[in-house]
Design a protein around this ligand. Structure first.
Ligand SMILES: C[S@@+](CC[C@H](N)C(=O)[O-])C[C@H]1O[C@@H](n2cnc3c(N)ncnc32)[C@H](O)[C@@H]1O
Ligand code: SF4
Length: 382
């Protein structure tokens, strides 16, 4: 099969010690696992890897993996041998490109120097730490359990092990001030990392955070303050030598971007392994059953763990391409817009929402102002 798209693997590790009040990701604490054992994780994912190998071989798809990402949940709750064992199972099944990016998400309180060293020895070359904030009171509102003083120590240990380091931050938490946010940005500056992701806090339905806000125990995040925080971050990151390349992501150079996430944004192919993981291959999308017990039952019976899937219609695909493409610093090709959307371009330039020079070169690229209202820009182009 000749396919110019790259192939990636996402491995979802659906376990957390405690659930943070704001998080609605597919993750379970030990009391919610209904008999699914964390210690069986590596075998269950190995069974899905076998399934994927068979399916791709039948399609004569011989591509090696160009990126691998262990996300969660908290991948680093697993013994390190499970993570590197899974890297080696993926290598055996598909091959891993010599220059592949292999990332593990980590909570700062779930790793130490030995663990990070063993990850690096086992083929991992990048770690993404969920730091969220440098301020204890903000971390407390988010129910984060780590002590921020530990962050420089684990970042230094990751570097010493030869791992590239990225930091995740959240801004706009209830009660967080601009000074609090500045302290988090100063932490990033002091760490000197090459990559940072900063997300505005989303109040997800059904979370403990949402209930607290509904009961009036916490304030609703203020979108104007979040916009000020975004602008403050963009200035601070650029002073640190980190430029934006996606709405919520900044990197020192094009080589330190998250290649795995870029593959998602460019609609490349990936197989998502594990409970609730999503996949995208040859124009088809599917997603696995969510609960680890249901997932285990399927894969151990040799059955596909897919719960459902779809082939997006051409209008769904257009919407998705514009949505993802305009989030990137390279922007979206104006010639790929519908004629009606193309007519919007001069007005968007005049309103200062897209960059004039880029438009003249045939690309829709958001200005800082445009990045703050990206959803509204996308609505005008779709
Ligand atoms: C789901 S976590 C998984 C990795 C790890 N357990 C952690 O918490 O860092 C990945 C990232 O998603 C982001 N995230 C999760 N829920 C969010 C929310 N409601 N609003 C904004 N960001 C969120 C956080 O920044 C977090 O670092
Ligand atoms: S540690 Fe990460 S995945 Fe787990 S509940 Fe918290 S934010 Fe969600």
């Amino acid at each position: 099969m000749s396919d110019s798209r790259t192939l990636s693997a996402y491995v979802h590790v659906p376990y957390c010690r405690v659930r943070c009040g704001y998080c609605d990701f597919n993750t379970y604490t030990s009391t919610e696992l209904r008999g699914a054992k964390q210690s069986d994780f590596v075998d269950h994912v190995a069974a899905e890897i076998d399934l994927a190998r068979t399916e791709l071989s039948q399609a004569q798809d011989t591509r090696e993996l160009s990126t691998i990402f262990f996300g969660g949940g908290t991948p680093t709750l697993l013994p390190v041998t499970d993570l590197v064992g899974t890297v080696s199972n993926l290598r055996q099944a598909f091959g891993i490109a010599a220059d592949a990016e292999v990332t593990v998400e980590a909570n700062p309180d779930s790793v130490d120097a030995d663990y990070l060293g063993a990850l690096a020895q086992g083929g991992v070359n990048r770690v993404s730490f969920g730091v969220q904030s440098a301020v204890p009171s903000v971390l407390a509102v988010l129910d984060r359990t780590h002590n921020p003083d530990r962050v420089p120590e684990v970042v230094a240990a990751a570097r010493a092990a030869g791992l590239a380091v990225s930091i995740d931050l959240i801004y706009g938490s209830p009660g967080e001030t601009l000074d609090d946010w500045r302290a988090s940005l100063e932490l990033v500056a002091a760490l000197g990392v090459d990559h940072v992701s900063a997300y505005s806090l989303i109040v997800e339905d059904g979370t403990a955070l949402e209930r607290k806000i509904r009961r009036g125990e916490l304030e609703d995040p203020d979108p104007n303050l979040q916009a000020d925080m975004y602008e403050m971050a963009d200035v601070a990151f650029s002073q640190m030598g980190l430029g934006w390349y996606e709405l919520s992501n900044w990197s020192r150079s094009s080589t330190t971007r998250s290649r795995h996430n870029v593959a998602y944004w460019l609609n490349q192919d990936w197989w998502g392994f594990g409970a609730g993981a999503h996949s995208h291959l040859a124009g088809r999308r599917w997603w696995n059953v969510k609960h680890p017990a249901a997932y285990a039952q399927r894969v151990m019976a040799g059955e596909s763990p897919a719960a459902d899937g779809e082939v997006p219609t051409s209008s769904e695909k257009y919407l998705e391409d514009v949505l993802l493409g305009t989030r990137l610093v390279e922007g979206f090709a104006i010639e790929r817009l519908t004629p009606e959307a193309r007519d919007e371009v001069p007005a968007l330039v005049a309103q200062g929402l897209i960059i004039q020079d880029a438009a003249a070169r045939g690309r829709v690229v958001l200005t800082l102002q445009g990045r703050l209202v990206a959803d509204a820009v996308v609505r005008r182009l779709t």
